[in-house]
Design a protein around this ligand. Structure first.
Ligand SMILES: C[S@@+](CC[C@H](N)C(=O)[O-])C[C@H]1O[C@@H](n2cnc3c(N)ncnc32)[C@H](O)[C@@H]1O
Length: 249
């Protein structure tokens, strides 16, 4: 209920020409939720903790684990960019020795409670500005799902590409989903037009592939993906790219 009121408020704000900063909303909103179902719902629109867990398993298995390359990735450390409530960390933690989650929101306590409630102990949560504490070359798998589409600028994409370049291990792989722009180039939603929780950064998949391939080896990319993996029809607003460090880089 609180979430729908907040979305309505953001639409009213917009109607009266008031702006809402994309980053502020992702940072601040999670602290408004005090029960686990509403907290998780903010990040993945699931109606219950069980639904969030079910969707997490479907997304982890179907979007990340099923990719051929995943089998060959060393399984020591993984890092999720934008872990939200922690639903995907609760999955990746079963496949990797240790998992790191990086995010900008201010309610890591609830994410910790959620992970503890699932019996997950092998995790570390870091604020985006603490990502420097992750040692160079230590991460075998960097992944991100429904996050890059919520950035407020391409600078944030470049920030994470720099970090991925630094932290990825020699045999490591990065698997990143991002919001796609059907037209050429990059589109950023202005503060004036932003509605709470909507996408704000749209990147043409070829432009993203070209940007990534200046410094990484692109293994695969796809610009047509299913919206849901449970049989519902529809195309995802996301595209994905899979890449590794360049040899001798
Ligand atoms: C729609 S939620 C998805 C959460 C999670 N990936 C999942 O699949 O449940 C988007 C997440 O991206 C995070 N986020 C937004 N901007 C970010 C940034 N610049 N760096 C890291 N995380 C960010 C938000 O705080 C939020 O947790």
């Amino acid at each position: 209920m609180r979430l729908y009121l907040s979305i309505l408020k953001s639409k009213i704000f917009r109607f009266f020409g008031r702006s809402l900063r994309v980053k502020d909303s992702w940072e601040g909103m999670p602290s408004q939720f005090h029960d686990m179902a509403s907290f998780l719902n903010w990040f993945d629109a699931a109606k219950s903790v069980d639904e969030s867990l079910r969707n997490a398993e479907i997304d982890w298995d179907g979007r990340f684990k099923q990719v051929e390359q995943f089998k060959f990735v060393p399984k020591k450390n993984a890092l999720e960019i934008g872990f939200g409530g922690g639903r995907l960390l609760s999955q990746s933690a079963k496949d990797f020795g240790h998992v790191y989650g990086v995010d900008i929101h201010h309610n890591f306590e609830m994410s910790k409670l959620f992970l503890n409630s699932q019996g997950i102990k092998n995790f570390t949560l870091l604020h985006r500005d603490q990502i420097d504490s992750v040692p160079d070359g230590s991460i075998d798998f960097v992944y991100s799902f429904i996050v890059f589409q919520h950035f407020d600028s391409m600078d944030e994409v470049d920030f994470y590409l720099d970090q991925i370049d630094r932290i990825l291990s020699t045999d490591g792989v990065a698997h990143i989903y991002f919001g796609k722009n059907q037209s050429d180039g990059i589109k950023v939603t202005s503060e004036k037009d932003f509605i709470l929780r909507d996408c704000s950064l749209f990147i043409n998949p070829v432009a993203m592939r070209d940007r990534v391939s200046t410094r990484f080896n692109v293994i695969a990319y796809s610009d047509v993906l299913p919206k849901k993996l449970n049989g519902d029809f529809g195309e995802s607003v996301q595209a994905m790219i899979l890449f590794k460090k360049q040899v001798n880089h």
